[in-house]
Design a protein around this ligand. Structure first.
Ligand code: NDP
Ligand code: HSE
Length: 426
């Protein structure tokens, strides 16, 4: 009799239920594509009091009983975080189970070790859902684009923050209302600080940079700023100058090193990433042979992410059918990273000032001393009778801009440096 693949779920929240529903709804097509039947054997959860609408006998709070069960072939980890996910995934691999995970924090921090473990055991470890929700990004980077020198990648990689920024611009929504909506729709992480402070995007861009560069980027070497300081005022100024503000994850190869950064970024409205709105994510890549490529789709939510998880499960299932394992592509730790200080780009600056003679001159003097030249500048009087200076610089060095702003903020005519946003055009 042909084998039936037995699946154990670790976690059954937003992503777990999406993946489970797809296995149920598209069962016949999936069986046909794999060549083998499958069944969900056990589901590990924390809270036994929740009504799940699924056969209650499948559920257990003893997650070790899933990773230790010799009859389970594939473990789908959709708990999130490192503890207990890392221990459970490691145990599953040690017990000979293929693993599919949606956990970016786990892969960003422990990917190298876990992929090596999977490879040494002849097992699959797939994590397509960890980056970009439903968009296929990991497989194209590992395979179809792997022959390229991937010079630069820029991505909108977090659905929650893109949803918030879009709602703030299109609906003039309040930041906290938009965040609450994103949480209600199942886009946000268990702790949404991870979304809004760019931590989630940092995990994702470091995973992409690790695959592209062939070595794991240490997550603490990713420069990171979130969107909590982006205001409706900055969004409006950006629009008036033909730009939109997006939270981008950016990785650029600089010789043998990679600079990986996450921050709110002004991009021209004509850039393909500028029209990626709401929960949609996109990754724009420049490769030396392929040129520019962009992938886009829904970056969070139950169904799109469930789709990515089940795509990985199909890969595993086909390998089980063929009697082997697929494409665990191991990478070592220790990717060299380039310092943020050496970045050269254009900056948008908004500075609150005393609306007095010589204010402009005093600020311009500081910029001049640091070799920062201004491309556009506006000064306006606010209702409070204070003033506001908004400017775009020509290309300048990050270290020079930070040094200049550190001086500017102490000028008697300056109340505060309200916003600094980097601008990227390609
Ligand atoms: P949820 O919080 O919705 O679900 C987490 C599940 O894990 C729940 O079923 C919870 O149990 C279970 N769980 C949590 N801790 C434990 C524990 N200690 N022991 C047993 N079970 C536990 O998270 P998501 O589904 O949103 O996210 C899961 C993973 O997918 C994360 O890594 C996330 O980053 C990633 N991801 C999420 C996306 C999204 O759009 N939400 C998109 C892409 C990736 P219980 O149900 O009992 O509370
Ligand atoms: N919280 C994440 C987001 C989930 O909003 O993009 C998808 O990884």
């Amino acid at each position: 009799m042909a084998k039936t693949i037995r699946i154990g779920f670790l976690g059954f929240g937003t992503v777990g239920t999406g993946a489970f529903r797809m296995l149920q709804d598209n069962r016949d097509a999936i069986v046909k594509k794999i060549g083998l039947s499958f069944e969900v054997a056990k589901i590990g959860i924390k809270d036994t009091s929740k009504e799940r609408g699924v056969d209650p006998s499948l559920f257990t709070t003893d997650l070790d009983s899933i990773v230790n069960d010799p009859t389970i072939d594939v473990v789908i980890e959709v708990i999130g975080g490192v503890d207990p996910a890392a221990r459970l995934v490691e145990a599953a691999l040690k017990h000979g189970k293929h693993v599919v995970t949606a956990n970016k924090e786990l892969i960003a921090k422990h990917g190298s070790r876990l992929v090596h473990l999977a490879k040494s055991k002849g097992l699959d470890l797939h994590y397509e859902a960890a980056v970009g929700g439903g968009i296929p990004l990991i497989q194209p980077l590992k395979h179809q684009l792997a022959g390229n020198d991937l010079v630069r990648m820029m991505g909108i990689l977090n659905g929650t923050t893109n949803y918030i920024l879009t709602m703030m611009e299109e609906e003039e929504a309040d930041y906290s209302d938009a965040l609450r909506e994103a949480q209600e729709k199942g886009y946000a992480e268990a702790d949404p600080t991870n979304d809004v402070e760019g931590i989630d995007t940092g995990y994702k861009i470091s995973i992409l940079a690790s695959i592209a560069g062939g070595k794991q980027v240490a997550v603490n070497e990713v420069y990171r700023e979130g969107i909590s300081k982006v205001s409706a005022t900055d969004i409006a100024y950006a629009a008036s100058w033909g730009y939109r503000i997006k939270l981008l994850g950016i990785a650029e190869m600089i010789g043998e090193a990679v600079r990986v950064r996450v921050h709110p970024t002004m991009i021209p409205l004509t850039h393909p990433l500028a029209s990626v709105n709401g929960v949609y994510n996109a990754l724009w890549i420049h490769g030396d042979f392929v040129g520019d490529v962009m992938f886009s789709g829904r970056g969070a939510g139950s169904d799109p992410t469930g789709s990515a998880v089940i795509g990985d499960f199909l890969d595993v299932g086909r390998n089980i059918f063929a009697g082997g394992s697929g494409s665990a592509i191991p990478y070592d730790e220790g990717m060299k990273t380039a310092p943020m200080d050496d970045l050269e780009t254009t900056y948008y600056l908004r500075i609150q000032v005393e609306d007095k003679p010589r204010t402009l001159g005093e600020i311009s003097m500081v910029f001049g001393r640091h070799e920062i030249s201004i491309a556009e500048m506006q000064m306006r009087t606010l209702p409070s009778e204070k003033g506001e200076i908004v400017c775009l610089t020509h290309k300048a060095k990050e270290s020079a801009v930070q040094a200049a702003l550190a001086e500017v903020q102490w000028l008697p005519c300056v109340s505060k440096v309200a916003t600094t946003i980097r601008v990227e055009t390609a």
